[in-house]
Ligand binder design. Structure first.
Ligand code: NAD
Ligand code: TDX
Length: 337
């Protein structure tokens, strides 16, 4: 690998991955193509913007002409596609953009990968494509795709296009499906940062339904490490689940955050459930462990404490975000709950 195109690199996981690549591969050129939607934020990458190996291009993955130009200009040999509309609740409010970016955008990237013979295309997918689990069992790579939200359906559609481009055209696609990430730079619409910030502001913490939905949490840097393993050793046409065997009921995560911040549980407010709310996610990640040798290395206890501290120390980062468009979204979604 000499030149990697990271799409969506100004978002939460993408920015952590850009930083990870620049730190671990000082000889690799890193190109970040990001549309800078409400979720994209160049402040996430302030510390790397002067790195001579780092290049930022503002643009849309749906723009094939632009993607072709970038691939030629920077002699890209690997593409990692993080660019997406990523929030389930927003996909309930307005699904169209999810279809455009997550499905049509992925198809554009696949087409360019095919046209220029790019060596690897890594599609960053999600556990949500499998749907919802009962109290037992875990998602395996060979399970059917049963998405329940417009977001999950758009990600599942992109996975199927990746499969088709591999089978029909031999495009060297590898799909990863990771469980819920947490860590620095996560946009405060997602559970963990939303709860930290509301608690810091002594605002109600909106827990959907009975709070007993289960998510399997992984520290974002462990996810970045797994993607690195997949770039190096992943087999084209294969799918790799990524997880950390760290299941939590939402209510327990919320109580943990309150405890660590020294805030009262009376801030918790049970609100109207998310429609189509998946009950439980849990990943079987034995394939990536056995075949590629990856496993998570960060302790949840330490990583969540560090993440909470990051939000305490980076108030100006989130204050700028929550004072903008976020307010309209928050009113629209939580106002009626
Ligand atoms: P995010 O919303 O924080 O970031 C998405 C980024 O994509 C933003 O920078 C945004 O500006 C950019 N983007 C959106 N539309 C674009 C377009 N048309 N062209 C170019 N850039 C565009 O999302 P995230 O949480 O960092 O997730 C990144 C990827 O990882 C997504 O594909 C998501 O489905 C997947 N994923 C996320 C999680 C999680 O827990 N957050 C778990 C598994 C998989
Ligand atoms: O205010 C809230 N209250 C609440 O109870 C929010 C925002 C969430 N929740 C619940 C819903 C979920 O059960 O917390 C859980 C986590 O919610 P999100 O942070 O919205 O994540 P989730 O819906 O699980 O999806 C995430 O993981 C898979 C990411 O947002 C996706 O991008 C990824 O694909």
């Amino acid at each position: 690998m000499q030149s990697i195109l990271i799409t969506g690199g100004a978002g939460f996981i993408g920015s952590n991955f850009v930083r990870y690549m620049l730190q671990n591969y000082p000889d690799v050129r890193v190109v970040n193509l990001d549309k800078l939607t409400y979720a994209g934020n160049l402040e996430n990458l302030k510390d790397v913007e002067d790195n001579p190996n780092y290049h930022f291009v503002r643009g849309d993955i749906c723009n094939q002409e632009l993607v072709e130009y970038i691939v030629q200009k920077f002699e890209v040999d690997v593409i990692v596609n993080f660019a997406a509309e990523s929030h389930v609740d927003r996909s309930i409010l307005g699904p169209e953009i999810f279809i455009k970016t997550n499905i049509l955008g992925t198809q554009v990237l696949l087409e360019v990968t095919k046209k220029f013979g790019i060596e690897r295309f890594i599609q960053i997918s999600t556990d949500e494509v499998y749907g919802s689990l009962g109290p037992e069992g875990k998602f395996r790579e060979d399970m059917p795709l049963l998405p329940n939200s417009p977001y999950a359906a758009s990600k599942a559609s992109a996975d199927l296009l990746c499969r088709a481009y591999f089978k029909t055209f031999g495009v060297p696609v590898v799909i990863t499906r990771c469980s819920n990430n947490f860590g620095p730079y996560q946009f405060p619409e997602k559970l963990i940062p939303l709860m930290i910030i509301n608690a810091l502001n002594d605002k109600p913490l909106p827990v959907y339904g009975d709070g007993k939905n289960v998510r399997d949490w992984i520290y974002v840097i462990d996810h970045c490490r797994a993607i690195d393993f997949v770039i190096q050793k992943g087999k084209p046409g294969e799918i790799y689940n990524i997880g950390a065997s760290n299941e939590w009921q939402n209510i327990d995560i919320v109580k943990l955050i309150l405890k660590k911040l020294g805030k009262p549980e009376s801030l918790i407010k049970f609100v109207k459930d998310r429609p189509g709310h998946d009950r439980r996610y849990a990943m079987d990640w034995s394939k990536i462990k056995n075949e590629l040798g990856w496993e998570p290395i960060y302790s949840f206890e330490e990583a969540i404490t560090e993440t909470i501290n990051w939000y305490i120390q980076n108030e100006s980062w989130w204050k700028r975000i929550i004072s903008g468009e976020y307010q309209n979204y928050y009113q629209l979604w939580y106002g009626e709950r």
